[in-house]
Design a protein around this ligand. Structure first.
Ligand SMILES: [Zn+2]
Ligand SMILES: [Zn+2]
Length: 98
């Protein structure tokens, strides 16, 4: 993905898109990155909870790094594939109980 594809109100962390408030779904900026992020990580779009971004700081290259480990592609804080799978399982479970 090229940097040009990322609008100024959006940020990219470890290949996933978020709004500038570090939210995957944000009512304030009318942003919903779930479909894009699902596609990036090879999932079908699903109505799931939005991901939450751990506290991040920008390094001098402009990449967002987790505060805990100082890594821009931290598998613990920014392991989106794992976090998306978890959210999908939760969403499917919730759907069954409706
Ligand atoms: Zn926002
Ligand atoms: Zn981390």
């Amino acid at each position: 993905m090229s940097d040009a594809a990322v609008a100024s109100s959006e940020i990219e962390i470890n290949d996933a898109l978020f709004c500038k408030h570090f939210k995957e779904v944000c009512s304030e900026c009318d942003f919903d990155g779930r479909a894009d992020n699902d596609a990036v990580f090879g999932f079908d779009p699903l109505d799931r909870e939005g991901l939450e971004v751990q506290a991040a700081t920008q390094n001098k290259e402009g990449d967002y790094c987790c505060k805990k480990h100082g890594s821009a592609n931290c598998n613990q804080c920014y392991g989106w594939k794992k976090q998306i799978s978890k959210a999908r399982v939760a969403a499917k479970k919730a759907a069954k109980h409706k």
